[in-house]
Write a protein that binds this ligand. Structure first.
Ligand code: ZN
Length: 313
C-alpha cells in the first residue's frame, strides 16, 4: 500500500497496469480528490473516512471494494471499474465477506456510485474471461423461469411476464458470432440488461436462480477449474434444456444454445469434466445450496432427478 500524501481520501483496490492507475488518479484529482491511497489490504480498516473507494480489476477486487465501502467507509463513494466482462459484479450491490464463502448468501449493500467501463483494458483481458460473461448474463433465463414457477412473492404476474417477454424478445434478436472483440459490446449489453432488471426489482433472484446453485454445486463437487460464468452457462443449459424447454419455446432455446456455443461455453458433462451419471447427484447437491432461496429444483424430488432423461448432455 502506498500513501501519496499523509491524508488519504481514496482507497484503491486494484490490479491493473500502472499507466491506467496514474491516468485514473489524475482524473480523480481533477475532480477535487486531494489524495489517493493505492493498494488495498487490512490496513484500511484503521483509517478514518475516505472520499472514495475505487476498485479496478477482476471480481475479487470489486468485491473487496464493495466490502470496504459497505462496512468500513460507509459514507464514501464507491467507484467500480471492471477489467473484464467475466461477472456482473460491477453493477450489482452484492458482495461477500470471503471470496470462498459460497454456502452462505452474499450480502446486499449499496450499488456503486459510478461505474467506469475501460474498453481498452477489457479488450486486452483473456478472451476466456470475457466470453464467460455470457454465461453470467444468460443465467437470467433459468432465473426468470424459477420466478415464474411461483417464487415471485410481491411481483404481479403481468409484470413478471412482461419482463420475461422482454428477455426472450432480446435473446431471439441478438446476433452473436464473428470475432471476440465484435461480441464484447453484446456481452456487455446483456450483463447490463440483467443488472438493470435486478436493480429495478431490487431482487437478485432475477439474475441468480437454479443455474447459480448448479454452478456452486459443480464447483464444490470437483473443485472445478471452471470460471464462474462457465459454470453458470452449464447450469443455464441444464435447467433450460431439462425443465424450461416449453416455457422458453423452441426458437429461444435454439438461440440460447447458439449463443453459448458461439461464446465457447460448456454445455455438456464432458465439457465440464463430469460423468453424465453424476447429474442426479449434482442436482440434489444444487438443491441444498442456500435452501432459503427457492427455485424450480425445490419442486422436484430426488426420485425425479434419478429418472430424468439426460441424453445429449
Ligand atoms: Zn453470478
Amino acid at each position: 500500500m502506498a500513501v501519496i500524501d499523509n491524508k488519504p481520501r481514496i482507497v484503491m483496490c486494484s490490479q491493473c497496469p500502472l499507466e491506467y492507475l496514474h491516468l485514473l488518479i489524475s482524473s480523480l484529482n481533477d475532480q477535487g480528490a486531494t489524495s489517493v491511497l493505492l493498494g488495498c489490504d487490512d490496513d484500511v480498516f484503521g483509517l478514518e473516512e475516505v472520499g472514495a473507494v475505487v476498485a479496478i480489476g477482476p471480481n475479487i477486487y470489486l468485491n473487496k471494494a464493495k466490502l470496504i465501502a459497505n462496512e468500513v467507509f460507509i459514507k464514501s463513494k464507491l467507484v467500480l471499474m471492471p477489467t473484464s466482462l467475466a461477472t456482473d459484479s460491477f453493477l450489482t450491490n452484492k458482495y461477500r465477506r470471503s471470496q470462498d464463502d459460497l454456502l452462505t448468501a452474499s450480502r446486499s449493500g449499496r450499488y456503486p456510485d459510478a461505474v467506469i467501463i475501460p474498453w481498452s483494458i477489457i479488450q486486452r483481458a483473456p478472451s476466456r474471461a470475457n466470453l464467460a460473461g455470457t454465461g453470467e448474463a444468460m443465467a437470467i433465463c433459468p432465473a426468470m423461469n424459477d420466478l415464474l414457477t411461483s417464487f415471485c412473492e410481491g411481483v404481479p404476474y403481468s409484470v413478471l411476464y412482461g419482463v420475461a417477454d422482454l428477455i426472450t424478445w432480446t435473446l431471439t434478436r441478438l446476433k452473436f458470432g464473428g470475432s471476440i472483440d465484435s461480441m464484447l459490446p453484446t456481452i456487455f449489453a446483456l450483463l447490463v440488461l440483467k443488472c438493470l432488471i435486478m436493480w429495478a426489482f431490487d431482487d437478485c433472484r432475477w439474475g441468480a436462480g437454479s443455474e447459480h446453485k448448479i454452478a456452486y454445486a459443480l464447483g464444490e463437487y470437483r473443485k472445478s477449474p471452471l470460471l464462474h460464468g462457465e459454470a453458470c452457462a452449464f447450469g443455464t443449459w441444464l435447467m433450460c434444456s431439462l425443465f424450461f424447454r416449453k416455457m422458453l419455446g423452441p426458437q429461444c432455446l435454439t438461440q440460447l444454445r447458439e449463443i453459448l456455443e458461439c461464446t465457447r461455453l460448456p454445455l455438456t458433462c464432458k465439457a465440464v469434466g463430469i460423468d453424465r451419471r453424476s447429474l442426479p447427484a449434482l442436482l440434489r447437491r444444487a438443491k441444498k445450496y442456500r435452501p432459503r432461496r427457492r427455485c424450480y429444483l425445490d419442486l422436484l424430488s430426488d426420485d425425479t432427478f434419478a429418472q430424468l432423461d439426460y441424453y445429449g448432455l
